[in-house]
Design a protein around this ligand. Structure first.
Ligand SMILES: [Zn+2]
Length: 65
């Protein structure tokens, strides 16, 4: 099985020059385009979603007893 290192690390297309930039690189090495970092609010939303799901799960289990 061939391992694609670009896929393993992940790559995204630069919107400015359309070249592939490694996902761990926040700046395009060709044109210097700066990729916006993932916002903390998005991460918090995921965390809250997980907590709410856990809470509903617990309510269901406790409610059935
Ligand atoms: Zn670029």
């Amino acid at each position: 099985m061939k391992v694609d290192t670009r896929k393993a690390f992940g790559a995204r297309e630069c919107p400015a020059c359309a070249c592939e930039v490694p996902a761990n690189n926040n700046r395009c090495p060709i044109c210097g385009y700066h990729f916006p970092a993932p916002s903390t609010t998005q991460r918090n939303m995921k965390l809250w979603g997980a907590l709410i799901m856990l809470g509903l799960f617990l309510i269901l289990i406790l409610g059935l007893r």
